[in-house]
Design a protein around this ligand. Structure first.
Ligand SMILES: Cc1ncc(COP(=O)(O)O)c(C=O)c1O
Length: 481
C-alpha cells in the first residue's frame, strides 16, 4: 500500500494523495479504525514534502474520512462501501418515448463521422482560426475585474440586463420595432426554439416550415409531436402557391421560417416575397417563428430586413437570434425577441428548465460586443468567408455535375444532383477517398432529397475546397456513367 501510487505533475500532489487514500477507504482496503502512516513516514515513502502529506490528511479529515488524535496519529473513520452489493438496471427498458425519439433523431450519433485526414464539408461551424482570442481575453479581464463576484452568483432568468439592452439596440439597427417587445436570453437558437414550442404548441398541432429545413428544428418539432407541413423551396424562398394551399387546407398553428441564408439551401427570401409571406400568414392568422441565425454573413447585395422588421409594431413574429455562426458557438448564447407579455411567460419556462444561461458568459459577451469587436471581427470574417464562398460556388459549378447549385452567402452551399443519383452513395464513395459532407435528405420533412447534399466550407482551406469538390465531382461522374 502507498507504493503503487503514481504521482503526476498535472495536479497538486496533496490532492492526488488525498484521492488515493480516499479510494483505498471507499474500496475497503483501509478499514475503519486503521492507523494511517505518520506524515513523516509517508513523506519519506512518497518522496514529497511533509507539508504535502499534512495537507492531504487535513482534507481527508475535513471530508470525514479520517480522524487525527493528537499524540496518537491519524485513523480511518469512514465505513467502506460494500461493492459486492451489485444491482443493475435495464435502463433501455425504462426510457421514455421522448428519450428514444431524441436518440433515434440524433444525427451526430448516426451519420458518418469525420476521421483524421479527411477533408470535411460536413459542418457549418465557423472557422475558429478567425476568432480574435486576444480581444476576448481582454473582454474577460475587464468585465471580470468589474463584477467578478456578481457574475459567479445566480443571475436572472431573462438574462444579463446590459446584454439584453445591447441586443434590443442591435435588433433596432436591423429595423425591428422593439416597442412592446422584450428579449429572453437562451442557450442558442436550439433552446430558444424548444422554449417557444414548449409554450405555444400542443402535441398533434400542425406546424409549417420550409422543406428542406434545419435538421435540429425538425428534431425539436418532432419531439413536440408536431404534424410538420414542409413547403417546397424556390430560388428566392418558400413557394407561395404551395404555402397558401397548405394554409387553406390545414389548421396550422405556427410557422417556422429561415428567410436569410436558409439552412440547408443557402437561399435568401427575396424582399418582395418577405412581404407577400407576411401578408399570407396575416390572412390566416398564423404566427411566425423567424430564425435569423446567419443574417450578418452577407457578402454582397443590399441590406435584408428580417420579417420581424417588416411586421412593424405588430407582435406576430417571434424572432430567434443566435451568435453561433456569426461569432462563437461555444458560448451557446442566443435570444428570443417577441411580445413583452409572451417573453415574460417564456422567461418562466426558461427558469423552470435551467434557471438562466451562464451569467459569466453573457457578461463577457456583452463586454466583447460593446467594445465594437463584433463589427471588427465580421469585417475580417466576411472577407475570408467570401473568398471561400466564391471558390465553393465556382468549383461546384465546374466540377460537380448538378441540377442546381444553391447558396447566396453564409457558410454552406447546397447541391441538387440529377434525380437518379443517390447522394448517400456519393457520400460512401467520397469517404473512401477521404472527403465527407452532409447528405441532404436529413433536412427534408418528407423523406425526399436523396439526390441532394450540403457542403459547408467555413473551416476548409481554399485548396481543400478545390481538391474536395473535384473528388466529389469525380464520384458523381462515375455514378452517372
Ligand atoms: C438554421 C439554423 N439556425 C440556428 C443555428 C444555430 O443554432 P445554435 O444557436 O443553437 O447553435 C443553426 C446552426 O447550425 C442553424 O443551422
Amino acid at each position: 500500500m502507498f507504493t503503487d501510487i503514481s504521482l503526476t505533475n498535472d495536479r497538486p500532489l496533496y490532492l492526488q494523495i488525498r484521492d488515493y487514500i480516499r479510494q483505498m477507504i471507499l474500496r475497503g482496503l483501509l478499514s475503519q479504525g486503521q492507523k494511517l502512516p505518520s506524515t513523516r513516514e509517508l513523506s519519506d515513502t512518497l518522496e514529497v514534502s511533509r507539508n504535502t502529506i499534512i495537507l492531504a490528511y487535513e482534507y481527508l479529515e475535513d471530508e470525514g474520512f479520517v480522524k487525527t488524535i493528537r499524540g496518537k496519529g491519524t485513523f480511518v473513520s469512514a465505513v467502506s462501501i460494500d461493492y459486492k452489493n451489485v444491482w443493475d438496471m435495464d435502463w433501455n427498458s425504462r426510457l421514455t418515448p421522448y428519450a428514444n425519439m431524441a436518440n433515434r433523431l440524433d444525427i451526430v450519433k448516426h451519420e458518418s463521422k469525420w476521421q483524421k485526414g479527411m477533408i470535411s464539408f460536413k459542418s457549418i461551424a465557423p472557422d475558429d482560426k478567425l476568432f480574435d482570442v486576444e480581444d476576448f481575453k481582454r473582454a474577460f479581464q475587464n468585465r471580470f475585474s468589474l463584477e467578478g463576484e456578481k457574475l459567479l452568483n445566480y443571475g436572472y432568468a431573462q438574462g444579463y440586463k446590459p446584454l439584453i439592452d445591447y441586443l434590443l439596440h442591435y435588433m433596432e439597427n436591423k429595423g425591428v420595432s422593439t416597442q412592446g417587445k422584450s428579449i429572453l436570453i437562451t442557450n442558442g437558437f436550439t433552446e430558444g426554439f424548444d422554449i417557444v414550442l414548449s409554450a405555444l404548441v400542443n402535441p398533434g398541432n400542425y406546424i409549417l416550415c420550409e422543406n428542406p429545413t434545419h435538421n435540429t428544428a425538425i428534431k425539436i418539432m418532432k419531439l413536440h409531436h408536431q404534424k410538420i407541413i414542409g413547403i417546397d423551396m424556390e430560388e428566392d424562398g418558400i413557394n407561395l402557391a404551395k404555402l397558401e394551399k397548405a394554409l387553406a387546407n390545414n389548421p396550422v398553428s405556427m410557422a417556422f421560417l429561415i428567410p436569410s441564408y436558409h439552412n440547408p439551401t443557402g437561399v435568401i427570401m427575396s424582399p418582395q416575397k418577405r412581404i407577400q409571406v407576411l401578408d399570407i400568414f396575416a390572412r390566416y392568422k398564423v404566427p411566425v417563428i423567424e430564425d435569423g441565425f446567419n443574417e450578418e454573413l452577407r457578402y454582397s447585395g443590399s441590406h435584408l430586413s428580417p420579417l420581424a422588421a417588416l411586421c412593424g409594431s405588430g407582435n406576430s413574429v417571434i424572432y430567434i437570434g443566435s451568435l453561433s455562426k456569426v461569432l462563437f458557438p461555444g458560448l451557446r448564447i442566443g435570444w428570443i425577441l417577441g411580445d413583452k407579455e409572451l417573453i415574460s411567460k417564456l422567461e418562466s419556462v426558461k427558469r423552470s428548465r435551467n434557471i438562466h444561461t451562464s451569467f459569466l458568459d453573457q457578461a463577457l459577451l456583452y463586454e466583447y460586443l460593446s467594445r465594437g469587436n463584433l463589427e471588427k471581427y465580421l469585417k475580417k470574417a466576411r472577407k475570408t468567408y467570401r473568398e471561400k464562398y466564391d471558390l465553393a460556388i465556382e468549383c461546384a459549378r465546374e466540377y460537380i455535375p448538378h441540377k442546381t447549385v444553391l447558396g447566396e452567402g453564409g457558410l454552406h452551399i447546397f447541391i441538387e444532383l440529377a434525380d437518379h443519383v443517390d447522394a448517400r452513395q456519393v457520400l460512401t464513395r467520397s469517404i473512401r477517398r477521404n472527403v465527407i459532407f452532409m447528405p441532404g435528405d436529413i433536412f427534408y420533412t418528407d423523406g425526399k432529397g436523396s439526390n441532394t447534399l450540403r457542403l459547408g466550407f467555413a473551416r476548409s482551406t481554399l485548396n481543400e475546397i478545390k481538391k474536395g469538390f473535384k473528388i466529389i465531382g469525380n464520384v458523381v461522374k462515375e455514378m452517372e456513367e
